[in-house]
Ligand binder design. Sequence first.
Ligand SMILES: Cc1cc2nc3c(=O)[nH]c(=O)nc-3n(C[C@H](O)[C@H](O)[C@H](O)COP(=O)(O)OP(=O)(O)OC[C@H]3O[C@@H](n4cnc5c(N)ncnc54)[C@H](O)[C@@H]3O)c2cc1C
Ligand code: FES
Ligand code: FES
Length: 1335
Amino acid sequence: MPRSKETDELIFFVNGRKVIEKNADPEVNLLFYLRKTLQLTGTKDSCGGGNCGACTVMISRYDPISKKISHFSVAACLVPICSLYGAAITTVEGIGNTKTRIHPVQERIAKGHGTQCGFCTPGMVMSIYTLLRNHPQPSTEQLMESLSGNLCRCTGYRPIVESGKSFISSSSCCQMNEKGRCCLDQKENKPENKSNVCAKLYEKEEFQPLDPTQELIFPPELMRMLENPQKKILTFHGERITWIIPGTLRDLLELKTEYPNAPLVMGNTALGPDMKFKGVFYPIIISPARISELLTISKTKEGLTLGAGLSLAQVKNILADVVTKLPEEKTQTYRALLKHLRTLAGQQIRNMASLGGHIVSRQPISDLNPILGVGKCILNVASKEGAQQIPLNDHFLSGATNASLKPEHVLVSIFIPVSEKWEFVSAFRQAPCQQNALAVVNTGMRVLFKADTTTIVDLNILYGGLGPTTVSANKSCRQLIGRCWDEGMLNDACRLVLEEIAPPQSAPGGMVAYRRTLAISFFFKFYLDVLQQLRMRDPRGYPGLSKTLISVLEDFPLAIPQGMQSFECVDPQQPPHDPVGRPIMHQSGIKHATGEAIFCDDMPVLAEELFLAVVTSTRPHARIISIDASEALALPGVADVITAQDVPGNNGSEEERLYAQDEVICVGQIVCAVAADSYAHAKQAAKKVKIVYQDLEPVIVTIQDAIQHKSFIGPEKKLEQGNVEEAFQCVDQIIEGEVHFGGQEHFYMETQSVRVVPKKEDKEIDIYVSSQDAAFTQDMVACTLGIPKNRINCHVKRVGGAFGGKTSKSGLLAAVAAVAAHKTGCPVRFVLERGDDMLITGGRHPLLGKYKIGFMNNGKIKAADIEYHINGGCTPDDSELVIEYALLKMENAYKIPNLRVRGRACKTNLPSNTAFRGFGFPQGAFVTETWMTAVASKCHLPPETVRELNMYKTIDKTIHKQEFDPKNLIKCWHKCMENSSYSSRRKAVEEFNQQSFWKKRGISIIPMKFSVGFPKTFYYQAAALVHIYTDGSVLVAHGGVELGQGINTKMIQVASRELQLPMSYIHLGEMNTMTVPNTIATAASSGADVNGKAVQNACQTLMKRLEPIVSQNPNGTWEEWVNEAFTQSISLSATGYFRGYEVHMDWEKGEGDIYPYFVFGAACSEVEIDCLTGAHKNIRTDIVMDASFSINPAVDIGQIEGAFVQGLGLYTLEELKYSPEGVLYTRGPKQYKIPSVTDIPEEFHVSLLTTTQNPKAIYSSKGLGESGMFLGSSVFFAIADAVAAARKERGLAPLLTMNSPATPEQIRMACVDQFTELVPQIDSEGCKPWSIPVA
Ligand SMILES: Cc1cc2nc3c(=O)[nH]c(=O)nc-3n(C[C@H](O)[C@H](O)[C@H](O)COP(=O)(O)OP(=O)(O)OC[C@H]3O[C@@H](n4cnc5c(N)ncnc54)[C@H](O)[C@@H]3O)c2cc1C
Ligand code: FES
Ligand code: FES
């Protein structure tokens, strides 16, 4: 076959411009190409594996046969550039920018406050943009679908959805809301009509209309090129891989004969991650994208034949159409497929992944293969030898060699037969969350009855998630043939299936008992589903299912979230140009939405810049015997390998090394680093570094291990009030228990990133870093290199989310990079891949809480003795502070007269845990709410009654003897009760639960007293620098970092008020250590408070200087006054300073006024759980927060919503999994699920308390960055409430504690029933579990 030895030109268009790539490398993906070759850095890199949507772009293709153009969103990180021949790509830069015009999608997401850090925003914009290109008037379902593959860690999604909703006309609304009301109509949600309450965070009326005629057209040149292809076969030769695109099926089959081991790349969503993350390598790749036979669709009366190259999104559309046209009995398999296609992955992956790729890759947890398998589908395959048909059955799916495709085979199409009259097919899946998550277990089930009977003629069951491949319950099915579809058969089926499918206790993925329970719970669903269908077909012939049983079959609908936000209006007398108190858009909002906002890794590469990849320890505790870098150094592009020996100054501290020195103390510790001319080269070389270890004892992984080995960080801390022992003597009841609280990954969308740029003179260095603490970074680099701080300028323009994780860790990573820059003399870029970031940097501390509580029968708690241990990991970091905070804040809103709490941080061989939003409070107060709930249960009282009874009521002192007034706490509580209609909804929940056995609802209201700030006065100091230029423009710099929390927006508001100038005069550039030295970390909810005071101080100094000039010329303009000041030699530059709040703490005495003020709040959440699967749905949340007078209600409400959703993730979803040796398994969004758009409450209301004061903080505001996190626990306790209802009905004792997070596994296993009881108890004796809890 004639094929070019030369590489062909790769031609495609990006944003209307032609790209001709003469040296296309098959290993380069579109994301890299856009960012690094075309410098289009608007498209972001966050996970690199198709799971987060940050890299979403739109691809448009033209089909020369049908002459149709299609547009679809894709994850650019999984698109090889060689697959783009003839495609037109649109990126966020291509749809609008601040220089020409911004697109309505960009405008609405920014003005609707749908962006905070902005890192996810371009991806969100492109998902909505693509939707609108296909459906200018989308439905709510289409909107939710379009966002299903996009993650945001900051906003909590509500404002993003709302921006998208603004394009939906009410005629295309789902009408899904209560009483068939339109979800776009918020009339009924308006807050009570009070003159000082506002509910509008933006002006919808300002939005530009969508004008589809303004969009880029498909390039006519590409159409011509595709209609008259010049070459039959295209070949691209890369550094290591050759990519071949045949033009005809014949060519393809020939190529497959010539290169049988070459994969056929379609969507690259299976192959791409394998090559990237598992090191799979193929020197030749064949792309059948141009083969029209792979795209055929044919419908006959026997069934559907679908081309293997059709995308899953196309398959979904085809099936959706077919099921409307055929009688239901014929479409059993189609409906089952359709059901799973709605939740499989996100929209981008569904657009990319092909049906053929899905089938052939035979992933163990494939959603479609079990259905296709039971549906008796046939694979039409071809090779040079001819065509062949292979049944898609359990044999094929098990990967059996004699049934598999031969290497030279090409799957051309799949035949999916229509179902027969007496045939029923169902599919079920359960995943950690509703959408964009791989299933834990899924299944396809089919039964064929003898006509007019329910006698089983044929039965097939295939499961995913119960073995290394899709597994079949063949033996069980055979034994059930001839049986009637009745309860006896159901019971036997469950027993047989459990006998046949019994993964070992150590099976990868763990959760063995849960998985097995799901296997039979799904069969129960199938059993009912079939009965229900029989009944529907013949109501007289078959008995109806009771309402209770019908509920088993009802899946939670994917509803569009909606909500209402209310806050205090500004005083009507406030001048219109004074922005304080108004919901001003994020200063960088528009730039986030257009992709013009520059993050650390968006900066262009400098001459000679090197890229760093680290080699991390694979052992939890070991001596390093040798490091052999010779093979790595010999690879192309490698500049150097850096180890501890290369550190010129301090290699970190004795307790926390930068580069491991002599020994390693956790898996993931940095041992050495490779610097190379590209990241790809650095990474390839890093894999070649050989390290020899000698394992050391002990290996301490869990808190229990640490306690046993007395392995601690710092001494025990204790607080005590009253006389605990005495009080225990006089109570009615005592309970004791313990609760385990898992850790949390920060999952900031921008991974840790730093660039170190050594200058040529005087050892000066510029550091560009994504850090919350520029001064600490400067300090670390200075100590590491042994140079004074005055040579180091640390720049932070913006950070793509941090949440505490970029406080200490980014400083350490910057120092690691600085050593490489020092050794090589070159600029060094060090950007962690998501997997490395999750492995290396630690997260929230897991906690083990033990409690002994003494209380009266009326629920009044008299005594509590509490003990906390946290898992600090292998270095001290902030662990001592975290345990202190957990103790100081543990009482939450409650006055416990006799209370003792002790706590200690454990040192283990896990990566070092660190600061995380809430800093100990979300863990410590969770334990408190656990025993509050337990007391209520013991007293047979509603939990809210016990909570209210024990709450602070009057001015009082906290456990650390700080006086405070709980008035606003009580106000929040009552307001939340009222807003949520708690009493009537509690009744409704009870009524629902009486009617429903398998679905239960739960409701919970949780109060909150959150103390803001740091433990020492000097941590609160802040400085600012304000310059006025002679043209009147103002430049503000301050010591806070813009993390997405809107600090810069608030600082501009402060300067605007103080200088009495419109905000347009004021600019805020980057933060750096040269303009504002000795800064404090932007953390602890206090950034805007303290920096606001410093900016205010600087502005007031300037205004004072201008005062004489203004009074001489009161009618002058700002520019005139400024010029006059200049001519009078008055300095127009001033620093501002804030000393900090006076705080102190004496741990010896256990007392201190440690916090400047408290934030109060309350949240009420309602959920519904599915007792049979463990799934839950967040129905509604109402939050009331005492924000005092918010400087910017849009920013503050955004913080509350975002933190709440992060908390919801913490308490119900996010689960880190470790091996018994301390190896973190969950290293990316594929395994670690953070909330996505479908996980937030369907109704989500936030209101800020009005007319409250906080004289301590600027303009009577409050810092709200962290507090909302804890309110996420209201969802946890609502789940616990629902579980309690289920257990009560089943006659089980109440569960006094549920561990956090309340995952589907926990929920299901707590709702004990006949199915859980059938599953044999785990006999862990002699069996090593796959994962262990570390709390
Ligand atoms: C982020 C993400 C989320 C996901 N979530 C889910 C989920 O929730 N549920 C689920 O079931 N799956 C999920 N998947 C898996 C996804 O469904 C598969 O990766 C996808 O269907 C594979 O199709 P592809 O076209 O991308 O295959 P490719 O990666 O292009 O190819 C895969 C394999 O199939 C072979 N192949 C492809 N086409 C042919 C052909 N015509 N003939 C012979 N061999 C062929 C190739 O040689 C290759 O070995 C997810 C994947 C990702 C990346
Ligand atoms: S970076 Fe591509 S999906 Fe996450
Ligand atoms: S704004 Fe979405 S991740 Fe930060």
